[in-house]
Write a protein that binds this ligand. Structure first.
Ligand code: NAP
Length: 285
């Protein structure tokens, strides 16, 4: 039976460390600040934004929320981001995705000042991640790396298979595993022989967004299985991509959903906001 990788427990440690750093910064008169922008009324986005605000409170980070109506224009949104770029109380800017149709997410991402880009989506930060000279790491892949580290799982030399190649999860995930000296295979919707490739993974990361996508016959006995997916099952319950019942019998370690990667994402956002506040005050993170 697989050992469960407890994202709640590990995220609590990361947040506790962030809280200690915030307390030290406050002694120097620096209060890390995060602005969260949400456009429209997507219920899942509302839950994420509320969770982020709660985490800020718990860690001692100052937060501001900008809840804009779905008919907000691109220019209004860009104007807000430009204003936040100039606002000294705000060290991190997060625009919750997805944005309503008609808004250009790519243009928005490029408008966020890279030093306030706590999601690490700006091309400058993406380039730094490619080089391995980053200040910020995208929260979800960074959370996965932290979970691996805290479970004592060695990535060096392992065959790591990432299913999914999105800019926010799959691609940076693959890059971080590569920086940790994993041998990385990236799979996507056009991949042939997906099951065979997955069965050769020592570390399998699924970021597809389809409930029950990863079945037992895709898992090598003893593999580490990381489930990034956040989906709803037929009864409307939150679930990942992995058939947990089948996978836990085969894997050595596995992340549950909920309680695995999800809480890590928010904890890494807190860490990135602290890093941003340090960088903007000339302190080495
Ligand atoms: P996305 O942009 O929709 O990307 C999904 C990826 O899965 C794409 O690269 C797609 O391939 C691939 N894919 C789809 N069907 C496939 C198939 N049949 N075989 C192989 N690959 C397939 O999604 P995302 O933003 O990366 O998010 C992925 C999942 O992670 C979602 O469930 C999301 O909710 C979740 N998520 C969780 C967290 C967290 O904190 N836990 C954070 C972010 C996202 P193509 O590129 O070829 O289309």
């Amino acid at each position: 039976m697989a050992e469960i990788m407890d994202g709640k427990a590990v995220s609590a440690k990361v947040k506790a460390q962030a809280a200690e750093e915030v307390a030290r910064l406050k002694e120097q008169g620096i209060i890390p600040g995060l602005a969260v922008v949400i456009v429209g009324d997507d219920p899942a986005s509302r839950i994420y934004v509320n969770n982020k605000k709660k985490a800020c409170q718990a860690v001692g980070i100052y937060s501001e929320e900008y809840a804009l109506p779905a008919d907000t224009s691109q220019e209004e949104l860009l104007e807000l981001v430009r204003k936040l770029n100039q606002e000294p109380k705000i060290h991190g800017i997060l625009v919750q995705s997805p944005l309503p149709e008609g808004l250009d997410e790519a243009a928005l991402v490029e408008t966020v000042d890279p030093i306030k880009d706590v999601d690490a989506f700006h091309a400058y930060n993406v380039g730094k991640i490619m080089q391995g000279t980053y200040s910020f790491l995208p929260c979800t892949p960074a959370g996965v790396m932290e979970l691996l580290r805290s479970s004592g799982i060695e990535v060096c030399g392992k065959h790591c298979v990432v299913i999914g190649r999105s800019d926010i999860v799959g691609k940076p995930m693959a890059m971080l595993l590569l920086h940790a000296h994993g041998t990385v295979t990236i799979c996507h919707s056009r991949t042939q022989n997906l099951k065979e490739i997955c069965r050769r993974a020592d570390i399998l990361v699924s970021a597809v967004g389809k409930a029950g996508f990863v079945t037992g016959d895709m898992i090598q006995p003893g593999a580490v299985v990381i489930d990034v997916g956040m989906n709803r099952d037929s009864q409307g319950r939150l679930c990942g991509d992995v058939d947990f019942g089948q996978a836990e019998k085969l894997a050595s370690y596995i992340t549950p959903v909920p309680g695995g990667v999800g809480p890590m994402t928010i904890a890494m956002l807190m860490k990135n906001t602290v890093t941003a506040a340090k960088l903007q005050n000339g302190i080495q993170p």
